[in-house]
Write a protein that binds this ligand. Structure first.
Ligand code: GDP
Ligand code: MG
Length: 425
């Protein structure tokens, strides 16, 4: 169920919700929509709709009522009361959190999911809820439909009172901070090595992980395990990094990231800082678009919007239009006149155009120069020297305790200078 007023058409958003439900292991037995003039304060949907839902419950015996829009704790509570004990009420956020819980593989990923789940559940923790939780049972509840939305923190933990949950949240944050310190050190080492970092971003299922595998293959490198690809939403949660040799012999590190999706609440996005920090510190973003998807343009917009929300706007982007193996030759030609004029059409699966894509990336990283203005404190004279050696200095001014340099820099140095950026466009 959902209301209007979003990026995707109702039908498309519901189709995506179906895919999410499928990924979480739910079987969809029915669907209903309601056009709402305004949200019903008590139950989100109108009275008549609630009655309809109850009728469906007794006829179909569904176990979960899934809403495409975010429900307030109050909506959720009242709807669950209406439906009685046989059915639970979940929204898109809870479902996505559940999927995240299933897919987190590293310690950091697991910590992040647990934290996000507690933060989501804290205001929703009521007696009726914990009662249902106990019924659903089964520890972390990793299998079976009844456990969906309850994966992660187990039932006993959900039964503890709010104060204990808050204490747990504090502890999780501390542990995450520890893990992040370690990552920071890794990144600092990489930075010193001056190997540019390319973050692969894109809508979920666009083919990001497949592309990373293809890049590694194309580079002919003997690498570790292939990156998991799956026709499921959010197969990738934890960032994976691979070293790739570019056509003219330079190298770059490519990182795979979590897929973006419309209506991913920003607070939830923020919970995945591991991936996002990779994006923020990237020298270049490789935006993968599934050009065969009927909503390719809307999906690309949703990704751009998320990047904007995260205030990531000064990193150069290369767009790859993926899955062209599914297109007829004339459709492929038409792409260049389409909505993504400066993109590179590719197929990650059939390894089409991978070399040209890498060449474009190498060019943008090393050869094309971006206009920037930086203000460097005197203690960063190393960076001033770097600018002179690898960039083009147009104006250099000495101000109080700092030097301001205006000029051009290769994209691969952007990340190092980012903390000192005055302006980049
Ligand atoms: P991610 O969520 O963006 O990481 O996407 P994945 O790499 O996991 O791929 C999602 C699905 O799209 C998988 O079933 C892939 O096999 C499929 N896929 C990826 N790239 C291509 C491609 O170039 N052509 C075709 N036909 N399918 C692809
Ligand atoms: Mg992936």
């Amino acid at each position: 169920m959902r209301d209007a007023n979003h990026l995707l058409a109702v039908e498309d958003s519901l189709e995506e919700l179906r895919a999410l439900a499928d990924t979480a292991g739910l079987e969809v037995v029915g669907e209903m929509t309601q056009k709402l003039e305004r949200i019903e304060p008590a139950t989100f949907i109108g009275k008549g709709k609630v009655e309809e839902l109850k009728t469906w419950q007794s006829e179909l015996g569904f176990e979960v009522a899934l809403f495409d829009d975010e429900l307030s704790p109050r909506h959720q509570r009242n709807l669950e009361q209406e439906l009685g004990e046989k059915a639970r009420v979940l929204d898109r956020t809870a479902l996505i959190l559940d999927i995240f819980a299933q897919h987190a593989r590293t310690r950091e990923g697991a910590l992040q999911v647990e934290l996000a789940q507690y933060e989501y559940r804290l205001p929703r923790l009521t007696r009726s809820w914990t009662h249902l939780v106990r019924q659903a049972g089964g520890g972390a509840g990793r299998s079976g439909t009844a456990g969906v939305g309850l994966r992660g923190p187990g039932e006993t933990q959900l039964e503890v009172d709010r104060r204990q949950i808050r204490a747990r949240i504090t502890l999780l944050k501390e542990q995450l901070e520890d893990v992040r310190q370690h990552r920071q050190q890794h990144r600092a080492q990489r930075r010193r090595a001056q190997v540019p970092v390319v973050s692969i971003v894109g809508y979920t299922n666009a083919g990001k992980s497949s592309l990373l595998n293809a890049l590694v293959d194309a580079a002919g490198a003997k690498q570790t395990l292939p990156v998991l690809t799956e026709d499921k939403l959010f197969a990738t949660l934890d960032p994976t990094t691979r070293r790739v040799r570019l056509p003219a012999g330079k190298t770059a590190l490519f990182t795979d990231t979590v897929g973006f999706i419309q209506k991913l609440p920003t607070q939830l996005v923020a919970a995945f800082r591991a991936t996002l920090e990779e994006i923020e510190e990237a020298d270049l973003l490789l935006h993968v678009v599934d050009i065969t998807h009927p909503n390719a343009v809307e999906q690309a917009k949703a990704v751009e919007q998320t990047l904007n929300d995260l205030e990531i706007s000064d990193i150069p982007i290369v767009i790859a239009l993926n899955k062209i193996d599914r297109l007829e030759p004339e459709q492929r030609e038409a792409l260049l006149a389409g909505p993504f004029p400066h993109s590179v059409p590719i197929s990650a699966l059939q390894q089409i155009n991978i070399e040209p894509l890498l060449a474009r990336i190498e060019h943008d990283l090393y050869e094309s120069l971006l206009p920037v203005q930086v203000r460097l404190p005197y203690r960063r004279s190393d960076l001033a020297a770097l600018f002179h050696d690898h960039g083009r200095v147009d104006v250099e001014r000495f101000v109080e305790n700092a030097v301001v340099i205006e000029g051009r820099l290769p994209a691969r140095y952007l990340a190092v200078f980012r903390p000192y950026l005055v302006k980049a466009d």
